[in-house]
Design a protein around this ligand. Structure first.
Ligand SMILES: [Mn+2]
Length: 234
């Protein structure tokens, strides 16, 4: 788990965009939203599943992704940091992806100012009721498995990414809602570990705000779709 400490400036926060080359309109809309946002914030956080499936840098070879690469270049030129967290759909993102200019890839962000300390994460690591998924997650996040996956030819990786996506879609639609659910005590432990009072998560796509018995609270961000503004952390 790679945790980065972010600057205290205002951040625009997005989650679960699930961008795919077949839907170029959403990619363009997201690029426009970033363009509109960058005048009011100092940084951008994306809480995982930016891509519906990430097999490696070849994912971006589709021209549909050009507006995304281009807005990242613009943000880099303006010195606006972009922190991209790995979600379960884009778990194979490397710490440094040269095809994503200026983007820092991580697993968690710790953001704080004088008044607040917030832990941001994709959130799938707290869905502990989902045992089969947690086993798969452990395998895919192991450095050795990732290194092996990167060595196989890109067409095989793309096939693997598509298979993972298909299985994920099927699993989500058949699983009982509570087995997908977050385990609040796991969030509370993570907050205690980092001495933070709030967690911001994605993954579940349904917006909610819950208080924890142990103290503190967590927010689940809505999945981003064109037309909704980013959540601003300030
Ligand atoms: Mn997810």
């Amino acid at each position: 788990m790679k945790l980065v400490r972010a600057q205290s400036s205002h951040a625009a926060v997005f989650a679960d965009l699930h961008l795919r080359s077949e839907d170029s309109a959403t990619i363009k809309a997201f690029a426009r939203t970033l363009q509109d946002t960058m005048e009011t914030v100092g940084q951008v956080f994306i809480l995982g599943d930016l891509f519906d499936a990430w097999s490696g840098p070849e994912t971006l070879q589709e021209t549909a992704f050009d507006p995304l690469v281009s807005i990242f270049q613009t943000l880099q030129g303006l010195g606006v940091p972009v922190i991209l967290l790995r979600g379960n759909r884009d778990v194979l993102l490397k710490d440094q992806e040269p095809t994503l200019p200026g983007v820092l890839v991580a697993d968690q962000i710790l953001w704080e100012n004088e008044a607040r300390k917030v832990l941001l994460s994709h959130g799938d690591e707290y869905c502990l009721h989902d045992r089969p998924y947690q086993r798969l997650r452990g395998v895919l996040r192991s450095p050795i498995v990732r290194a092996i996956i990167r060595m196989i030819p890109s067409f095989l990786r793309q096939h693997l990414a598509r298979r993972l996506r298909a299985q994920s879609v099927q699993a989500v639609s058949t699983k009982a809602q509570d087995s997908m659910g977050l385990v609040p005590s796991a969030i509370a432990s993570a907050l205690a570990e980092h001495q933070a009072a709030e967690a911001w998560l994605g993954h579940l796509h349904q917006e909610s705000h819950q208080f924890l018995e142990e103290g503190g609270s967590y927010r689940v961000l809505p999945a981003w779709v064109p037309g909704i503004p980013p959540q601003i952390l300030q």
